[in-house]
Ligand binder design. Structure first.
Ligand SMILES: [Zn+2]
Length: 157
């Protein structure tokens, strides 16, 4: 059990975490999730817990993506890791802003067009095509690295 300061009891008390059905607003829609809420074990008052709230928010975003048929943060990461790419290199190949992939992998919601693009690049042939198209923007060292990755992929396919 963790101890928190309770505003109502005006002292540090023992607390407990309970599961509560809660609606979170995501992109003008309400997403109902089972969220974790901390309560004062003495008076029953709900207490603010930043870490729990952040985890609840990520859960709401993931549920929203699932409902909309969008890739989850983990699925986006898996596609990037499949090609052993850094977030910024992955962004270059997709033609999106450098921080965009970082945000998606941290839970932000991608729009449908970008979701489609990430699904397409999961196909090695499309990956190669985008790599050839965007070579100008990639340094020689990274080009060699990507050529190697492509060779590896072709061997395993
Ligand atoms: Zn209390």
């Amino acid at each position: 059990m963790e101890n928190f300061y309770c505003e109502k009891c005006k002292r540090i008390t023992e607390t407990a975490v309970k599961k509560v059905q809660e609606a979170y607003p995501v992109k003008n829609e309400n997403v109902v999730i089972e969220s974790d809420v901390r309560y004062c074990a003495v008076c029953g008052e709900a207490l603010w817990d930043n870490a729990l709230d952040e985890a609840n928010l990520i859960r709401a975003y993931d549920k929203f993506k699932e409902q909309k048929g969008l890739l989850s943060s983990d699925q986006i990461k898996q596609t990037r890791k499949k090609y052993a790419l850094s977030q910024s290199m992955f962004a270059k190949l997709l033609g999106v802003g450098e921080k965009t992939i970082t945000r998606y992998e941290n839970g932000a919601i991608q729009d449908k067009a970008q979701d489609n693009l990430i699904r397409l690049i999961d196909n090695a042939k499309i990956f190669e095509k985008l790599f050839r198209l965007n070579q100008k923007e990639i340094g020689p060292k990274e080009i060699r690295k990507l050529e190697n990755i492509l060779l590896q992929i072709k061997k395993t396919v």
